[in-house]
Design a protein around this ligand. Structure first.
Ligand SMILES: O=C(O)[C@@H](CO)OP(=O)(O)O
Ligand SMILES: [Mn+2]
Ligand SMILES: [Mn+2]
Length: 557
């Protein structure tokens, strides 16, 4: 491989040395104004003024589908692919697409990861753990179906699924249908003599899929059910489990309590034991890394694992390129190297990155191409504001927006940084709860945080670039093709807890911005990947030649 030339050429006109604030509003898309558009309903004077104040410095970019490396334009955007694109400045085929390709070509069965777990098929059980839905953000049901089928055709005689119900990338209540679908497949396999069953389950936000070490008790609840075969709720089949637990007051798919499936004698049908194989089938990293650590690290101390089975473990992908975690995986992850963060740091740009725990890795790990840690400790500072844990964020819709903004303001005013990069989670995290009123409060809080950052930029004569990673809060209702809200069986509107297909804004400005800078009109459908070259320009550099082109031009003024 050719050695990388890290030196970025100077931008022909734009100066170096300006403080640049890059603000990512999580889940902040652009949609027509109506009562389900929480951004529209909320008081958001700052974001409104960016939109209405300077038309040549505000525009929309694509944040979903092929523009961010997803299989098709029916795929909504998400934080992983959005921040990967923002940070890397290029479009990489992402996990969902890579797994599709490996399954279509059959390469998945030939590679090291599958052959490694296959060694256990003779004597052990194959366990598959992950999110059961067709959301396409963390996993996809059709991929799980193909893996179950393919593994059984290649010798797996005993298969146990440990399912996590979704309701966040898909409609609440859809878990029932997904369980029915996979149960049909498993029943067919049993007819063919393969002992295949669901062994445990729980809602993704309450069981297993925590992220960035916000709350290890979530992972522990999963461990107890999946590995130890212990959970407060016991059922004889998964459909009954999901239907019964959903019938509890205030229950929803995201937060179902953990359950295990037991036989007639009350014994769990699928604990993980010595000699078994385990695959975590989510392709997306952030919410699988913690479980991967518990499964793979010998000196793990985040909770008492009680029993640590000797297993052969593989991830669907390798989740962390720096930690090489897990060491075995079925499909190679996208190789996202030479990210803008690494270039800028190597060209002397002192960088500050900040969010609260639930999004901290978005502006660090995802931004840097799924890589944890610093490129250069002497030039970077990453600050994590602890998130609330154990609550749903509609209870605290302001989240830590103010704290993030204050730390960022201080970082800007300190003069120690050339770039401050932050993620404001409110629109997204509260949007996922489906609570419209709370999401309105969340959007207002995010707008106030933007104000504090922009005020600091103003004081130091800096530049800002404000954008988002994908839509969410701008549309809280499921719509038919004509765009009208859809009703459920009881006649109430169907709340949309997921992300959307909407474009997101990019706004630039600040006293340090060269007066001749404006958005180019010759790039017809830019996407998030065009932002990195733009930011490099704002720092006074030209982007590497293989980056997606910059959004800006400089005219004489
Ligand atoms: O919460 C998450 O894991 C996803 C939705 O599945 O949201 P985001 O991509 O915004 O992190
Ligand atoms: Mn996001
Ligand atoms: Mn989200």
């Amino acid at each position: 491989m050719a050695t990388t030339n890290w030196t970025l050429p100077d931008h022909p006109t734009l100066p170096k040395g300006k403080t640049v604030a890059v603000v990512v509003l999580d889940g902040w898309g652009e949609a027509s104004p109506d009562q389900y558009n929480c951004i529209h309903v909320a008081q958001t004077p700052v974001m409104d003024s960016l939109k209405n104040g300077a038309p040549e410095k505000w525009r929309l970019v694509k944040a979903h589908g092929t523009a961010v490396g997803l299989p098709s334009d029916d795929d909504m955007g998400n934080s992983e692919v959005g921040h990967n694109a923002l940070g890397a400045g290029r479009i990489f085929a992402q996990g969902a697409k890579l797994v599709d390709a490996a399954l279509a070509s059959g390469k998945i069965w030939e590679d090291e990861g599958f052959n490694y777990i296959k060694e256990s098929f003779d004597k052990g059980t194959l366990h598959l753990i992950g999110l059961l839905s067709d959301g396409g953000v963390h996993s996809r049901l059709d991929q799980v179906q193909l893996i179950v089928k393919g593994a059984s055709e290649r010798g797996a005689k005993r298969i146990r699924l440990h399912i996590l119900t979704d309701g966040r990338d898909v409609l609440d209540g859809s878990s029932v249908g997904f369980v029915e679908t996979i149960e049909k497949d498993l029943a067919q396999l049993r007819e063919q003599g393969v002992d295949a069953r669901i062994a445990s389950g729980g809602g993704r936000m309450y069981v297993t899929m925590d992220r960035y070490e916000n709350d290890w008790s979530v992972v522990k609840r999963g461990w107890d059910a999946q590995v130890l075969g212990e959970a407060p709720h016991k059922f004889q089949n998964a459909l009954e489990a999901v239907k019964t637990l959903r019938a509890e007051p205030k229950a929803n798919d995201q937060y179902l309590p953990p359950f295990v499936i037991v036989d007639e004698s009350g014994k769990s049908v699928g604990p993980i034991v010595d000699g078994d194989a385990v695959v975590t089938f989510n392709f997306r990293a952030d919410r699988m890394v913690m479980l991967a650590k518990a499964l793979e690290f010998p000196d793990f101390d985040k909770f008492d694992r009680v029993r640590v089975p000797k297993i052969k473990y593989a991830g669907m992908l390798q989740y962390d390129g720096e930690l090489k975690l897990p060491s075995k995986y079925l499909v190679s992850p996208p190789l996202i190297e030479r990210t803008s963060g690494e270039y800028l740091v190597k060209n002397g740009v002192r960088t500050f990155a900040c969010s609260e725990t639930v999004k901290f890795g978005h502006v660090t790990f995802f931004w840097n191409g799924n890589r944890s840690g610093y490129f250069d400790e002497t030039r970077e500072e990453y600050v994590e504001i602890p998130s609330d844990s154990g609550i749903t964020f509609n209870e605290q819709p302001k989240m830590k927006a103010l704290e993030i903004a204050e730390r960022t303001r201080d970082a800007i005013l300190s003069g120690k940084f050339d770039q401050v990069r932050i993620n404001l989670p409110n629109g997204d995290m509260v949007g996922h709860t489906g609570d419209i009123e709370a999401t309105v409060v969340a959007c207002k809080a995010a707008d106030e945080a933007v104000k504090m950052v922009l005020d600091a930029v103003e004081q130091v004569g800096g530049i800002y670039l404000v954008t988002a990673d994908h839509g969410n809060a701008e549309d809280m209702v499921k719509r038919n093709k004509a765009g009208q809200p859809m009703l459920d069986k009881s006649g109430s509107i169907q709340i949309l807890t997921s992300h959307t297909l909407q474009p997101v804004p990019v706004a630039i400005g600040g006293p340090g911005l060269h007066p001749g800078v404006r958005f180019r009109s010759d790039i017809q459908t830019p996407g998030l990947a065009n932002v990195a070259a733009t930011v490099m320009n704002l720092h006074g550099f030209q982007a590497p030649a293989d980056y997606e082109t910059t959004l800006i031009e400089v005219i004489d003024k």
